[in-house]
Ligand binder design. Structure first.
Ligand SMILES: [Zn+2]
Length: 307
């Protein structure tokens, strides 16, 4: 420990297509807040094995002025970037997956591999905070196993934002490939939706005072007020809220990956509704999403009389 103040990591959990990229990019506009995108994929994407090698700034990650200085951190001398990426990916897949969440919550870094991953991530977060001059990092990875490990990292203060979206809207979003993002069936998407949200719940139950639950639909209904709530919760001055009603001015960012909209800059308006799935999602896929997300979706208020 260097005696430096703790780094706050605002960790967005839940399942993909929940609006985490735009929420992170809005927060990224606040001085002292830095959205890293889905940091989980840094090594995989930089090694050219992920779905997208590009940083939000437009450079390849290996050429990005920010990430090119972070990538060598924790890489043993004499190890190639490819071999280091292999090691990190192997640890992620073998020890910090969604199914490992409960074990990590109960036991922390309980073996050598989890300990090594926690040490690497501690160094990475601290370096990101230092080099971006930002005491708050927003990580939209949404990997519950890694999120659970955050609370056991030296010098890191986690804030868990559990962000959920109607599983039928999520299934519709996954039904079509877009740019570098592949498609997924309603059954597969909703299976992940349930698993990731259950694990995110477990984290919130373990760390209730550091956790906030948010529905995507409530965020887009009142975006500026929602950002206010998020800022107060993680003890950031709400006066720094970059939104005016539904509008925010976005600048280039250094997101590792996320929704392809992350490359969008300029004046951005958050639309108030999200009901395209009602006409676009086939009835069979809708039934599948409803069946596989029950009873969680009902608890979140998605399967009421309008469903
Ligand atoms: Zn960049």
């Amino acid at each position: 420990m260097t005696g430096a103040p703790p780094v706050k990591v605002l960790c967005i959990t839940g399942w993909c297509r929940n609006g985490s990229t735009i929420l992170g990019n809005i927060l990224n506009e606040i001085p002292g807040v830095f959205h890293v995108g889905e940091l989980h994929f840094l090594w995989k994407n930089a090694a050219g094995r992920g779905v997208n090698e590009q940083c939000g700034c437009g450079h390849k990650l290996v050429d990005c002025p920010f990430w090119s200085t972070i990538l060598p951190i924790g890489r043993p001398a004499g190890t190639t970037p490819q071999a280091h990426a292999d090691t990190v990916i192997r640890r992620q897949l073998g020890h910090t997956r969604t199914r490992h969440t409960w074990q990590i919550l109960a036991r922390g870094p309980h073996n050598e591999q989890v300990r090594a991953q926690a040490e690497l991530m501690t160094r990475i977060y601290r370096a990101v905070a230092e080099r971006s001059a930002s005491p708050v990092i927003v990580d939209s990875s949404k990997m519950p196993g890694e999120a659970a490990l955050l609370a056991r990292m030296d010098g890191i203060t986690p804030y868990y934002l559990h962000l959920v979206r109607d599983p039928r809207a999520v299934a519709q979003s996954w039904s079509q490939p877009k740019q570098y993002v592949y498609a997924m069936s309603a059954a597969k998407s909703t299976g992940y939706w349930t698993g990731f949200n259950l694990a995110s719940h477990a984290i919130n139950r373990r760390y209730p005072r550091r956790s906030l639950f948010l529905r995507y639909e409530d965020f887009i209904a009142e975006p500026a007020a929602t950002i206010d709530t998020v800022l107060r919760w993680c003890e950031i001055d709400p006066a720094s809220n970059p939104m005016t009603d539904r509008t925010v001015q976005l600048h280039a960012n250094h997101t590792v990956t996320g929704n392809p909209d992350r490359f969008h800059t300029g004046v951005t308006v958050i639309r108030p509704t999200d009901d395209r799935w009602r006409s676009a999602l086939p009835a069979s896929a809708r039934r599948t999403a409803t069946a596989l997300s029950w009873p969680l979706a009902q608890r979140y208020g998605y399967l009421g009389e309008r469903g």
